[in-house]
Structures are given as structure tokens and as C-alpha cells.
Design a protein around this ligand. Structure first.
Ligand SMILES: C[S@@+](CC[C@H](N)C(=O)[O-])C[C@H]1O[C@@H](n2cnc3c(N)ncnc32)[C@H](O)[C@@H]1O
Length: 201
């Protein structure tokens, strides 16, 4: 497993991935997204947060540090290899508040129902699921009443109008939508959408 982990670290700086991972555009999206959650959500005791789509795992790793001592993170991903290396990486790095990893599709019947105060859906995860509206619906299903979905997406891949239009057709409420175009070649937005019910935050 250590060899797999070494390959995973090397892959992050390979010619295929390193150019993007080291770019100002990538650092900018990461900075804004991490700053957004830490400023937009109050951390109460026992806060339950779920992220859908682990990918590189840095976002999930960050969430665990953000909540350390105050809450827990559940990370859902359909890809078994990604789930395994992420769990192992957190163990090997000695993460003090590792995720509970659920290796399943967000569309599976067995996903937790109404368990989380916050669900996050970041980057191309929504596009990879292949069904924009169904993916949002499944994320809302994970939320407790009054919980929030934090959705970050590339404006070109997931136009703002698409999410706004869909949310208008549901009972959920768009509480905030910020767009970021400091790097016009990688414009993105972050929105905070509330599921109806008793407010938990
Ligand atoms: C490109 S990554 C982005 C993840 C992460 N938020 C980031 O920004 O690095 C997308 C992830 O979504 C996962 N994924 C794709 N379809 C999924 C599904 N139906 N259910 C759960 N995870 C899925 C993929 O396995 C992949 O790890």
C-alpha cells in the first residue's frame, strides 16, 4: 500500500496533473473555497458534514482539520481505488479527524438519509455523476431539514443559470451565490442552498 501511496503523491506532480495543481488558477479556487466554508458556516458541536466526490482528497482532508474536535466528516465516492487510497493516506499521514469513507454512488439507495447539517459538492464531481439535477437531489437527500448544500462549480461546465433555474423549481432556497472571475479562463461560483425545515446553523 505504501508503494500505491507513493505513486499517488507522484501523480499529483506528474506532467499531466502538476501543471494544473501548481497553477495560480488552481490555488485560487482552493483558497476561495476553503475560505468560503470557514467564513460562511458556524461550527457548532457535533457538526456532521458530508462531501460527495473525493478525487484528490485535499478538500475532504481540509474539512477534517476545519472540524477537528468539533465535528465529523463523511466522504462519499463511487471509485473503490480512490476510497482506499484516501483512507490509507489519512491513516498514514496521522490525520487527527479522518473521514468516515463510504464507497458508493451518490445515487445508491443505501446512502445516508437526512443525516448531515452540511453537504459539499465541489468542482467537477457533479459533472462526473452524469446527471446534474439528480445529483443535486441526492445531495439534498443527505441533508437534515434546515441543512445547507455548499455547491462549487466551474461556470463553463455548470452554468449558473442551470443551478438557479433548477433550485427555483424546488422547495430549496438559494441563500447566496458568489461568482469568481479573477482568472477569466477558470471562472467559478459557490452557492449556499438551504433545505427547508428547522434551521440547524
Ligand atoms: C474530479 S473529482 C472532484 C472531487 C473533489 N471535489 C475535488 O475538487 O478534487 C470527482 C469525484 O467524483 C467521484 N464520482 C463520480 N461519480 C460519482 C457518483 N455517482 N457518486 C459518488 N462519487 C462520484 C469520482 O470518483 C471522483 O473521485
Amino acid at each position: 500500500m505504501d508503494e500505491k501511496l507513493l505513486n499517488y503523491y507522484l501523480e499529483l506532480r506528474s506532467p499531466d496533473s502538476g501543471e494544473w495543481n501548481l497553477s495560480p488558477q488552481c490555488l485560487h479556487t482552493e483558497l476561495i473555497t476553503r475560505d468560503y466554508i470557514s467564513k460562511s458556516f458556524a461550527v457548532t458541536n457535533s457538526l456532521q458534514v458530508c462531501n460527495v466526490g473525493i478525487g484528490m482528497g485535499d478538500w475532504d482532508n481540509y474539512l477534517g482539520y476545519w472540524l477537528n474536535g468539533r465535528g465529523t466528516v463523511t466522504s462519499i465516492d463511487i471509485n473503490k481505488a480512490i476510497c482506499e487510497i484516501f483512507e490509507y493516506r489519512q491513516r498514514r499521514e496521522g490525520h487527527p479527524n479522518p473521514s468516515k469513507v463510504l464507497c458508493m454512488s451518490i445515487f445508491d439507495e443505501g446512502v445516508p438519509a437526512a443525516e448531515f447539517e452540511i453537504v459539499t459538492l465541489i468542482g467537477s464531481a457533479i459533472n462526473e455523476t452524469g446527471n446534474f439535477n439528480k445529483c443535486l437531489d441526492s445531495c439534498f437527500g443527505l441533508l437534515k431539514p434546515g441543512g445547507h448544500l455548499m455547491f462549487m462549480a466551474n461556470t463553463r461546465k455548470s452554468p449558473v443559470e442551470m443551478v438557479e433555474q433548477y433550485i427555483r423549481s424546488t422547495e430549496h432556497q438559494m441563500e447566496e451565490l458568489n461568482t469568481y472571475d479573477a482568472f477569466p479562463e477558470y471562472p467559478f461560483y459557490i452557492c449556499k442552498i438551504k433545505k427547508p425545515g428547522e434551521t440547524t446553523l
